[in-house]
Every structure is written in C-alpha cells, then in structure tokens.
Design a protein around this ligand. Sequence first.
Ligand code: ATP
Ligand code: MG
Length: 411
Amino acid sequence: MHHVVIHYNEIGLKGRNRPLFLRRLEANLLQATAGTGIRRVDERSGRLVLPLPRDADWSTIRERLRCVFGVANFSLADRSDLEMSALKAAVDRALEGRVLTSFKVSTRRAYKQFPLSSEEVNRELGAHVLERTHARVSLEDPEVTIHVEVLPRDIYFAFGREAGPGGLPLGVSGSVVALLSGGIDSPVAAYRLMKRGCRAVFVHFHSRPYQDGTSRAKAADLVRCLTRFQFHSRLYLVPFAEVQRQIVAAAPGPLRVVLYRRCMVRIAAEVARREGAKALVTGESLGQVASQTLDNLAVIEEAVALPILRPLIGSDKEEIVRQARALGSYEISILPDQDCCSLFVPRHPATFSTLAEVGQAESRLPIPVLVRTAMEQAEIQAFEFPESASAPSAPAMGRNDRGTVEACVDP
Ligand code: ATP
Ligand code: MG
C-alpha cells in the first residue's frame, strides 16, 4: 500500500496556533482529495501521512495536492518496518522495473533512537542501491533523490518529491472580498491573500447593457481557476452601469475613474458585511495607471472603513505576469473583453484628486441608494472544486436574502 507523506510549512505553523492550523490543513487535504478514495490523515512526527487506496489515481491526487496551501512538499511513499534490512528489501521491491541513472539518498530521522544516524542510513542504503542497479551516485545533481523518513514506528521512503504551494492553510486567516476585473492583476492579488490563509469571496462589476457580457464570462472563468485552491467560491456579479451613468452626469471626465472606484469599494464593503469578510483586496500596483497614484489610492481608501489590501502594490508588471502564468489565470485574462472602467472616461484621467473635489461631486449623487440598488440586482454564482465529488445533486445552492443564485458547476 502506498502513502502520501506531506511536509507542511513549519515556520508558518509554529506557535500557539499550530493545532488549529493543522486541523484546518487536515480538513482541507480531505476536501481537496474528495472522491479519490483517501479517507484519513495521520499526524506522524511533524508530517502528515495519507494512506492511499489500492487503485489510487496518483496523477489526480498530485494535481489536487499541488493546490493545498500549507503543503510545503509531498511524495508518493512506500512503507517499511523500522529496520535497515526491511528498508533495503522494500526499496528493492520498489526498484523493480525502474531505471535509475543517478541518485542520492536523503534521510531525515524523527526517531532519534534508531541505531543509525541519518548520514549512516544515506551511506548504507546508497551502497545497497548501487549494488542493485547500474546507477551512479550524484550528490550535486541526481536524477532522483530517495527520501527516507525514519519515524518512531516505521520508515517511509519515496523516489523524488513534489513542491506544494506553501503558504498557510486556507481559512485560518478569515475571509476577504476580492475585487475581480477581467484583467491580469486582480486574480493574482486574490491568490496572494488566499495563500496567506484567506478564503476569498469574489465581486465583479459589469456595465451591461452598455457593454457586452464578455467580462462576466471572464470573471467566472477566473473564479473557476481560483476555486481549485479553496474548493467552493461565490462570485457576485454586480451591475454597475447605472452607477456610472449617474457619476458621468455629476462629475467631470478626469475625476470619474476615482469616483467609480470609490463606489466599487463601497459596494464591495457591503458584500464583505454580508459575507463576514474582514478586508477588501484589489490588484492595484503603485503607479501602474492614473488611478493608482498614492494620492488617488488615498482618496479611494477614504470611502470605506474596511482595510483595502493591495498585495501587488510593489510588484512590477513582469512579476505579476509571471505569477499569472504559473497560476493559469493569464490565458483567461488576456482574452479581449469590455471593461466597465473604460466606459465614459477620458484617455488621460486625473492622477491627482482631492477629497474636496470628490466630495463635491458625490454630494450630487444618491450614494446609499446606488449601493443598495446594485446589491439588490447582484447575481451570485457558486463554484465547486472538485466538481463532482462535493457538488449538490440539485443545481440550486440556496438563496441569498437578496441576490439570485445560480449554481455554476462545470459539466
Ligand atoms: P486588473 O489587471 O486587475 O484589471 P488593472 O491594473 O487593470 O488591474 P485597474 O483597472 O485600475 O487596474 O483596476 C484596479 C483594481 O480595481 C483591479 O485590480 C480590481 O481589483 C479592481 N477592479 C477594476 N475593475 C473592476 C471590475 N470591473 N470589477 C471588479 N473589480 C475591479
Ligand atoms: Mg483592469
């Protein structure tokens, strides 16, 4: 029988929160691997061990584990009794049919009473594998590292290991509301906070009927991409055209983008209140566009009491694009769409605004009514991952007190 041996991010899991974090990580692992036959997580000397069923589909399990925050690395491992002879015999069996060109052995001992030191296990097992195969030892650049974990009751060993995403177990940091445009930045920003243990609720503003619905479809695809990391998501699709129409009537062109943003964060704060989220997240990066100067960010921030988190504030576009590609969101983000923020704004919006001029423009607007109406007309879509395992049989996901609910489970 195979096992998965998981090392978690130890630095992140130290201290008094550790039991809580571990329990969350274990629950997340079971949820991520739902439907694969994995039924149990064992805590073993600072590692987590998942016993695999006989017919386990490793490629599916591997894909799922790559998305579980808090996992530093994991491996498909074999078990042996706590003796060198048993270990060697088990390694021999595992070597059958496998061609090794070069290797090294890397041992970690959680059970310090084991008669051999880690270094001695490396040497003795290394010599044994050399005898059995035509491989050579390469300490610098081995084709395969044989990882050996000596635990109090048994030994696990694996050929190679996979990197996990790191970070903190999803859910340990509470919830945030992520403002998701169809662009490259905002999905990466949401991912960064999810990686720090936040569950994200998504909000997308669209300008139908002034614009087509392409941005809505993109937002949904982006949420589907991010749901791999949090198992279920909710996306609020908020109509923004009426807000924009009224801002256009009340304010000069250069000021409009900042006014749009102030209304967006107010509506997002209302979503946060309803969802019990503690902060908003945006993809803003300092100086990237006119609305993202320090002056404008301060004016936007003033509209809400909740913190606005901007994890990309100091990132270059290049770094963001690199992360978007790794995440798989980039290909979705670059599809053409009609973004609501480009509606009714001049080519060069103001890089500088003051609260005084913004306040003056807003005094001509029924802000609370606009926020309330937008909330009432919001559609909520629900997403699940893995899709079949935990999806409800009926499409309805339960009705929110105001918004209409659409289940959005992939075929
Ligand atoms: P992105 O690549 O995320 O679109 P951007 O660099 O294009 O970011 P802006 O268009 O100025 O920047 O938007 C700044 C942030 O405001 C976005 O990252 C996003 O968090 C939020 N935002 C902008 N437009 C929308 C929208 N239509 N719906 C939800 N949030 C939005
Ligand atoms: Mg954008």
